[in-house]
Design a protein around this ligand. Structure first.
Ligand code: DQA
Length: 217
């Protein structure tokens, strides 16, 4: 019997090992059915300095406050949040590996690694759950080197430019995507595809073509 995850930064809606409350009809990873789906919130370099770091760009709230917002949203949606922050690329890769088969989704703000970490890209490509990329600022409106994200091609979507609200929105996106996945592949690709229409291409992680076909977007 697998119990809900424990360790730093983990809370369940009502204690470890509980079943999900009246949240959406979402899927837990195989073997963890009946448990509130786990969302791993990963934060990369320098995000530990939020609150002190360039408040004009990133705001005055701390990472702990953003994670608390994500957790509050998750609890209301019947999800469990586990959070980690690291300044080290390899540790972030390890944390993605540790989410495999255990977490239904990853919400990741990789900080500057967003723009060049192909090892993080590859780790996320090897992860089967939902991936939502989040940024406090809007990198597309900043310096040119921030315009490229190597996370975006292996994410289901990106939330950027909404400050701390982005963490709550990312969790809502996770819940929505998990519900859509539980409903079936042909209905679960997002509102822009039109209800009932088949997906335009292979979904990430759902077929044998994964790994040889196009990346998520
Ligand atoms: C950031 C944007 C990145 O370009 C930057 O390197 C960060 C924070 C954001 O949340 O806006 O560290 O990911």
């Amino acid at each position: 019997m697998v119990s809900a995850p424990s360790g730093p930064g983990v809370t369940a809606p009502s204690g470890p090992g509980v079943t999900a409350p009246s949240g959406p009809d979402v899927t837990a990873p195989s073997g963890l059915e009946g448990h509130a789906p786990l969302v791993v919130v990963l934060s990369g370099p320098n995000l530990d300095l939020l609150g002190e770091r360039q408040p004009d760009v990133y705001g005055a709230a701390t990472l702990a406050q953003h994670v608390a917002g994500a957790r509050e949203e998750a609890t209301a949606l019947g999800l469990v949040v586990e959070d980690h922050q690291t300044n080290h690329e390899g540790e972030l890769v390890d944390l993605v590996h540790q989410a495999r088969g255990r977490a239904a989704a990853i919400v990741v703000n990789a900080g500057a690694l967003t723009h060049y970490s192909w090892s993080l890209h590859d780790a996320l490509a090897a992860y089967d759950g939902v991936v939502v990329e989040v940024h406090l600022s809007n990198p597309a409106a900043r310096e040119p080197w921030r315009h490229t994200s190597v996370v975006a091609p292996v994410a289901d979507g990106t939330v950027a430019g909404f400050g701390g609200l982005g963490y709550r929105l990312a969790v809502r996106a996770v819940a929505s995507l998990l519900t859509a996945r539980a409903a079936g592949p042909e209905r679960g690709t997002g509102p822009e595809r039109g209800a009932g229409e088949p997906a335009a291409g292979p979904e990430r992680g759902t077929g044998p073509e994964r790994g040889t076909g196009p990346e998520r977007r």
